[in-house]
Design a protein. Structure first.
Length: 131
């Protein structure tokens, strides 16, 4: 009992109030984790993504910009490229809407757009493809 009261005193001293779940989160709390993951993330049709990636028309590397190697997110992508496809080169195309592979070249949208969850999924699918 003493332990419980000391925790309550500490919470009071630090002015920490217990959180209340909103109704939608309360419903999720009663749902198994696997079902929550399915509800939270839209499915990506791998075959459709592969067709888009394979159908890309090759273009010159000179028309793209190089990513900033100092950005943390860029470092992560370079590490993933080195691990999964070390011969792959990476360039940014600001007019692009999704990552794609083109004859040993990974072309992605801007870093800002690439950080969205959907773009990360597409990027991951690109890196896992055979070149």
């Amino acid at each position: 009992m003493n332990s419980l009261s000391s925790k309550q005193q500490l919470l009071h001293l630090l002015q920490i109030q217990p959180l209340e779940l909103h109704q939608e989160f309360s419903a999720l709390a009663k749902t198994p984790e696997a079902d929550i993951a399915l509800q939270a993330e839209p499915e990506t049709d791998v075959a459709a993504v592969a067709e888009v990636i394979e159908a890309a028309v090759p273009v010159s590397i000179d028309s793209y910009s190089e990513p900033d190697p100092e950005l943390t997110f860029s470092k992560d992508i370079f590490a993933a490229i080195n691990e999964y496809q070390p011969d792959l080169q990476w360039r940014l195309d600001p007019s692009s809407t999704e990552p794609m592979l083109q004859n040993g070249l990974l072309v992605t949208p801007s870093i800002e757009l690439l950080q969205s969850a959907q773009q990360k999924k597409l990027l991951w699918l690109c890196l896992q493809q055979e070149s």
